[in-house]
Design a protein around this ligand. Structure first.
Ligand SMILES: [Zn+2]
Ligand SMILES: [Zn+2]
Length: 407
């Protein structure tokens, strides 16, 4: 099937896609319960020949498009949730919620996936198979994809004519302020990191700040732990199988003249292999316990499992780059040399279905990339015309995959 016209067709959809994106942007919602967003997506999908399943445990939407010919099912994912921060972009469609913002661009993903549903619906009769549009909530740390998987997202029924149509590929796009508008980037193997959380509590003995010898001050111990963790990472972890440990929060004490009893350290742990992921955890525990013990303090180290490493099937990743080159031109498609240290719960889908996570550039071409506010910033800005390329690539991935993707 011809895909060279998809970009033109997507351009025709830009106005309505921008309108939807701006509505979503003005009413951001957090976590797995996104009632307003869900309503907006459902009304945007109205009239399309989709079999829609509303998920019960979350606001997830699974929309199935049945092609005119038998074949497998391909999954396209768009996430819908926002982040808990105040928006400072000054845009005229700025968030109307004081404490929430679409700072990761999921509003664009949702709008693009709706656009792709329109493009593919228009070609429905020629499609040899089906497309499952996965509108997921709770990507930002709430495990929305896992909830949808647990609710049977992948257990698609047979087609109406009785033919089996299992899901054989899964693709997702993520807009990024680190790439020029409309560019596509991906890579085979680890594409994004795992993200676990560490919680370290150091317990000493409280007392008067003028008499530290009569107390056991946990604050300098906590400071040493923070430093020693960085040394542990750089001295024990292979730079070619890297890890990032960042202490994002450290709290202790109430005022200047009291030695508190406890100090708390919280941080994130990123890795791009399961091997390093567990090695770093062991190192954190060893360092925290060793430093605390050197000073006679007690320590409690806890880890919370976050998202696993996002691993692109190598064949699927090459395939997605090839399709992107065909749709938007080779000059705007890059094979990433390294993974991104952010994490994604599309990883859970890719652990079950071979596929690929791709990045879509969102920074306007006339802006300096190195100065662009990044994703998650209160000032991040995405060029809406990049959604033309995103919609076209989403749709082309489905068309080409159903035509027979290499695996
Ligand atoms: Zn994010
Ligand atoms: Zn995101």
């Amino acid at each position: 099937m011809e895909i060279s016209t998809l970009r033109e067709e997507a351009r025709d959809l830009l106005d309505e896609t921008v309108a939807l994106r701006r509505t979503l942007h003005q009413w951001p919602e957090l976590g797995n319960d996104l009632p307003v967003t869900r309503e907006n997506v459902l009304s945007a999908l109205e009239g399309l020949p989709l079999d829609i399943t509303l998920h019960q445990t979350t606001s997830g939407i699974a929309a199935l498009l049945d092609g005119g010919k038998p074949g497998p099912t391909v999954l396209l994912r768009g996430d819908m949730d926002a982040l808990p921060l105040h928006e400072d972009t000054g845009l005229d469609f700025t968030s109307k919620i004081d404490t929430a913002m679409h700072a990761c661009g999921h509003d664009t993903h949702t709008a693009m996936l709706v656009g792709a549903a329109k493009l593919l619906s228009a070609r429905r009769l020629d499609l040899p198979g089906r497309v499952l549009f996965m509108f997921q909530p709770g990507e930002e740390g709430f495990g929305g994809a896992e909830f949808m998987l647990d609710e049977g997202l992948l257990n698609v029924p047979a087609r109406a004519d009785g033919s089996e149509s299992p899901i054989t590929g899964a693709y997702a796009l993520h807009i990024s302020a680190n790439l020029p508008s409309g560019w596509i980037a991906s890579k085979g193997g680890a594409a994004m990191a795992s993200a676990d959380t560490m919680h370290i509590t150091i317990t000493g003995r409280g007392g008067h700040a003028s008499q530290p010898h009569a107390a056991l001050d946990p604050i300098p111990v906590a400071c040493e732990v923070v430093q020693a963790l960085q040394t542990m990472v750089t001295r024990t972890i292979d730079v070619f199988d890297p890890s990032v440990v960042t202490v994002g929060r450290i709290t202790a004490g109430t005022t200047n003249n009291i030695i508190p009893e406890t100090a708390f350290i919280e941080g994130t742990i990123r890795a791009v292999s399961e091997r390093t992921r567990s090695k770093v955890r062991d190192g954190i525990r060893r360092v925290a316990e060793g430093v605390a013990s050197a000073h006679g303090a007690e320590v409690d180290v806890r880890f919370e499992d976050g998202y696993p490493v996002t691993v692109n099937n190598p064949g699927s990743a090459q395939f997605s780059l090839d399709v992107a080159r065909e749709v938007i031109g080779a000059q705007s498609v890059v094979e990433m040399p390294n993974p991104v240290m952010g994490a994604e719960d599309f990883s859970y889908v890719l652990n079950r279905i071979p596929g690929s996570m791709m990045f879509l550039g969102g920074t306007p071409l006339d802006r300096d990339l190195s100065k662009a506010a990044p994703n998650h910033s209160n000032r991040v800005y995405f060029d809406e015309t990049a959604m033309v390329d995103g919609m076209a690539v989403y749709a082309a991935m489905a068309v080409r995959h159903l035509a027979g993707a290499p695996t």
